[in-house]
Write a protein that binds this ligand. Structure first.
Ligand code: CUA
Length: 332
């Protein structure tokens, strides 16, 4: 039995955790090393010189520390020590930090100098993302939790928040930017690789902060314009007329919070559902959009996303729930 005060050396066990910080960023969809955007590549080109530079400085400091620890005190040592403090502690760090600052500022200027071909407003809310496309001469397109962007074109994201501070970050595409109530911050993204890239909220914003995800779907410009034109249309008429799904939606009171353009549902609180069936995921990027997941989301919302603001509907009759799910899935 271990007596009180006895300590066990748990170094080897702790060492197994050492690669964790590195491995955490391994998944390609969320990795800034994926380099799927011009901005992410610029950040990566800063990262490696910074990392190598820091490693050299750290090694030199450690070498001096070991040397000082092992050397006996002497007059000569005192003089050498003063020179090391002056050069190693003031002159060299000043030069190194000034160079790093200059490189950083030049990269920042290059990133903000791009002129955008597209403007998207993204509003952070507890705990999801309202996304609005404003194209001159076209109806406003409002969607949620999925930002579609054309490959090779620079998009300017206007970032706002109505409640608390959030931070939008799609690591594979670019840097992160805070969304501060009362302000509009700007972030430019120039996607270079087609695919679906993961994004998340990078600022603690309350109970479901960790479940505040989104997708950035990058397509060819032509496919993007087709998608945008489709999104601008009201809800698919065949979905509205078939199977009594719209009645189930309205009877359950969903229209008080959600909008489906082309119907009387015009609630401004939650995500616009006009084309929800065309999205890849639900619950702010949490689970893939399937009939089973949608059914569980509606009936047991809080189980899927603890802390979520949307109330669960566990008492909905199974038949009404099925109609509702089929209806929402058909809203492409
Ligand atoms: Cu929104 Cu954290």
């Amino acid at each position: 039995m271990r007596s009180p005060g006895t300590r066990t050396w748990c170094g080897p066990r702790l060492l197994r955790l050492a690669p964790l910080p590195v491995l955490c960023g391994c998944e390609g969809r969320h990795s800034w090393l994926a380099g799927a955007g011009a901005e992410a590549r610029a950040i990566e080109s800063l990262f490696w010189p910074f990392l190598i530079g820091s490693a050299i400085v750290w090694t030199a400091v450690m070498a001096f520390a070991v040397f000082a620890y092992r050397s006996a005190a002497s007059d000569k040592g005192e003089r050498v020590g003063r020179a090391v403090i002056l050069w190693g502690g003031a002159v060299v760090p000043t030069i190194v930090v000034a160079m790093l600052l200059l490189t950083g500022l030049l990269t920042l200027r290059a990133l903000s100098a791009r002129s955008p071909a597209l403007t998207v407003q993204v509003d952070g809310e507890q705990w999801w993302w309202r996304v609005a496309y404003r194209v001159p001469g076209q109806a406003e397109v409002v969607t949620a939790n999925e930002i579609r962007l054309p490959r090779g074109e620079t998009a300017e994201l206007l970032l706002t928040s109505d409640d608390v501070i959030h931070s939008l970050w799609a690591p594979a595409l670019g840097g992160k930017m805070d969304m501060v109530p009362g302000r509009t911050n700007r972030l430019t993204l120039t996607p270079l690789t087609i695919g679906s890239w993961g994004g998340l909220c990078a600022e603690y914003c309350g109970a479901a902060h960790a479940q505040m995800r989104f997708e950035v779907v990058v397509t060819e410009p032509e496919a993007f314009r087709d998608w945008l034109a489709d999104e601008a249309m009201p809800a698919a008429p065949e979905a509205l007329s078939e199977g009594g799904g719209l009645d189930a939606f309205l009877d359950a009171g969903c229209g008080a919070c959600h909008t489906i353009r082309g119907t009387e549902a015009d609630g401004p609180v939650g995500p616009d559902l006009t084309h929800v069936g065309g999205r890849g995921r639900i619950g702010a990027g949490l689970v893939p959009l399937t009939a089973a997941n949608l059914s569980r989301w509606i009936s047991h919302t809080d189980d899927v996303k603890p802390g979520v603001r949307m109330p669960a509907y566990p008492d909905l009759a199974p038949e009404a729930l099925d109609r509702l799910v089929a209806f929402l899935m058909a809203l492409k």
